[in-house]
Design a protein around this ligand. Structure first.
Ligand SMILES: Nc1ncnc2c1ncn2[C@@H]1O[C@H](COP(=O)(O)OP(=O)(O)OP(=O)(O)O)[C@@H](O)[C@H]1O
Ligand SMILES: [Mg+2]
Length: 259
């Protein structure tokens, strides 16, 4: 039986993973702040809807982030509103994450969704634990304490991991391929400490020093059932979206490598 794969449509990327991401997989798109997690995930869903005619749901956590997504899409001339297969779902920060699963499930059934993006799993984890524990008021009074307790598995008795496992299992049951934006700590591990192990795939975005200057890079840390390269690839943010390029190309191509 051959594995059915989806093309992200990101220039250069699909050929790195035997033609695409296995369908139905749960994929973590991880990195520090500003490394391109949102652009990567949004482009995969936008191209899915636009070029491959696949219904897609992009769930963004926090009302304020709707504008961020729309502005970013506009910069690349991605016409979200003229792409009926693309649905932007804005989730209030106060929404319990299992209500969110029900909403996505309902929407996915209606649309026949093939790709789902969650931006971000980290935001969801922090918020939902606070609200489930009735900690919203405490957060206002003792912000540092509440955030530390909600996020750090050392303080919350494993509640974060438990929640991640349950959430991903519930999302997986929907049957679509799901892309989760996840935040990393400076040491390279996820903030929740477990999503990289639960996910079927882990795409890590970062910057590294290369030939005298910092460059954006992408590394496929894992993708189950797929032969994956071990090396870093350059990640170019172009005028219409992303492109992955072999790092060696950056040395010889002025367009891609600028000091
Ligand atoms: N059109 C563009 N050309 C070049 N660089 C861009 C362009 N648009 C965005 N960027 C860069 O990409 C970064 C944002 O990428 P993105 O929002 O995907 O990162 P992120 O990993 O989701 O960040 P965060 O963790 O803050 O949400 C911007 O901060 C900016 O540095
Ligand atoms: Mg982002």
């Amino acid at each position: 039986m051959t594995i059915e794969r989806l093309k992200t449509g990101i220039k250069g990327f699909d050929q790195l993973v035997e033609g695409g991401i296995p369908r139905g997989y749960q994929i973590m798109v991880s990195g520090l702040a500003g490394t391109g997690k949102t652009i990567f995930t949004l482009e995969t869903l936008y191209r899915g809807a636009k070029e491959f005619n696949e219904p897609c749901i992009y769930a963004v956590i926090g009302e304020d982030n709707e504008k961020v997504i729309r502005d970013q899409a506009e910069r690349f001339n991605w016409d979200l509103d003229k792409t009926p297969n693309f649905k932007l779902l804005v989730i209030p920060v106060t929404e319990n994450n299992f209500d969110l699963v029900s909403r996505i499930k309902e929407e996915a059934a209606k649309m026949g969704a093939k790709r789902i993006g969650i931006d971000s799993l980290s935001a969801l984890t922090v918020n939902s634990i606070l609200f489930e524990r009735g900690m919203a008021n405490k957060l206002m009074e003792h912000a540092d304490y509440a955030v530390a307790e909600s996020l750090d598995p050392k303080y919350n008795g494993g509640a974060t991991q438990h929640l991640i496992y349950l959430f991903i299992a519930n999302m997986q049951a929907i049957g679509a391929t799901v892309f989760y934006v996840t935040d990393l700590q400076a040491n390279g591990e996820s903030k929740d400490g477990v999503s990289e192990y639960v996910g079927d795939g882990l795409i890590k975005l970062s910057t590294i020093e290369f030939s005298g200057g910092p460059v954006r890079v992408l590394k496929i840390e894992k993708l189950r059932s797929t032969k994956t390269p071990l090396e870093y690839f350059g990640l170019v943010i172009g005028s219409n979206g992303l492109e992955t390029v072999p790092l060696s190309k950056w040395l010889s191509n002025e367009r891609l490598y600028k000091k």
